[in-house]
Design a protein around this ligand. Structure first.
Ligand code: GUN
Length: 294
């Protein structure tokens, strides 16, 4: 029997309904939740992501502004802009879209956003709180979204073997930090795999939960998956597709059709993790607004 599909679009809609209710309650208290997105340059993927986030915020009643800076903007100018946004009490959430041009130090930028407005969860204070199991910070949206997908689709993590492929700061590392916590829906045994790992399939074949976040189209093949495992596909990869008007299509890190025949549960891609990232961002923004007005 093919794997059950984890419907990220439907679960994200559930989260959005909860966020919309929270926004309504804030507005009833005279608080207008607001988020500002900053994009530097015209990377087409970043344009698409930011415009999707902006649209969803507006749908939920969150005020959303997008500031676009030229590709050649000096780092100091971006840092000065962030300082102004930090100081503006009407703005609750700030998101600086990555990747940034190579002359700008990403970690310096993320560390300049005030931790209480860091709805991306990338500030060192929020990263540290996550590792320590302190729930008062913000969690990065993609791994938080994956966690919610698992919780809301009944995936047992306690004592489970979890293999995460990819050790990036945005997904792999924080994903490991979430699932290893001594807490409900966590308590997993984590194997964090990366480009220097020896014999990746030997590890993934042991996994009850396999999370692919390395950014290589169809890297995870059926022979790498334990029968009945839960497979989560975080990857967003462009592959050439002459049949598409754009000349490419987006696909994940998992060879979906073949893996589906072996797995117990699987996320489609698109329609799995992607919508959850936006849902977590909106939830973080509503929470930032609530925290600003206790
Ligand atoms: N680029 C890819 N994913 C993300 C994300 O979650 N936040 C930001 N700011 N940039 C990204």
């Amino acid at each position: 029997m093919p794997a059950e599909i984890i419907d990220g679009t439907a679960i994200a809609e559930e989260v959005h309904r909860e966020t919309a209710a929270r926004v309504t309650a804030l507005k009833a208290r005279g608080i207008q939740p607001a988020v500002t997105f900053v994009r530097v340059g015209e990377d087409p993927a970043s344009r698409a992501y930011v415009s999707r986030k902006h649209k969803k915020a507006e749908e939920l009643g969150i005020r959303s502004d997008t500031i676009v800076l030229d590709e050649k903007t000096p780092e100091a100018e971006l840092l000065a802009l962030i300082a102004r946004l930090n100081a503006d009490p009407a703005i609750h959430g700030i998101l600086i879209q990555a990747p940034l041009p190579s002359h700008i130090r990403e970690q310096t930028v993320f560390a300049t956003v005030a931790p209480h407005k860091d709805v991306d969860g990338f500030h060192p204070v929020n990263v540290g709180k996550l590792l320590l199991g302190d729930d008062s910070g913000f969690r990065p949206c993609t791994p938080a979204g994956v966690h919610h997908l698992m919780i809301r689709s009944g995936v047992e993590t306690r004592g489970a073997e979890v293999a995460i492929v990819g050790r990036g700061n945005i997904v792999g590392k924080p994903m490991a930090a979430i699932l290893l916590q001594k807490a409900p829906h966590c308590d997993a045994t984590i194997t964090l795999l990366h480009s220097r790992s020896r014999d990746i399939p030997a590890h993934t074949r042991r996994a009850d939960i396999l999370i692919a976040a390395l950014g290589k189209a169809h890297f995870v093949t059926a022979d790498m998956v334990k029968p009945g495992a839960c497979v989560i596909d975080v990857g967003v990869n462009r592959v050439a597709d002459p049949a598409s008007p754009r000349g490419y299509r987006l696909t994940g890190d998992v060879d979906f059709e073949k893996v589906r025949a072996v797995a117990g549960k699987i996320t489609p891609n698109p329609g799995g993790v992607g919508p959850m990232t936006i849902a977590m961002l909106m939830a973080n923004t509503a929470r930032a607004a609530a925290m600003a007005h206790p």
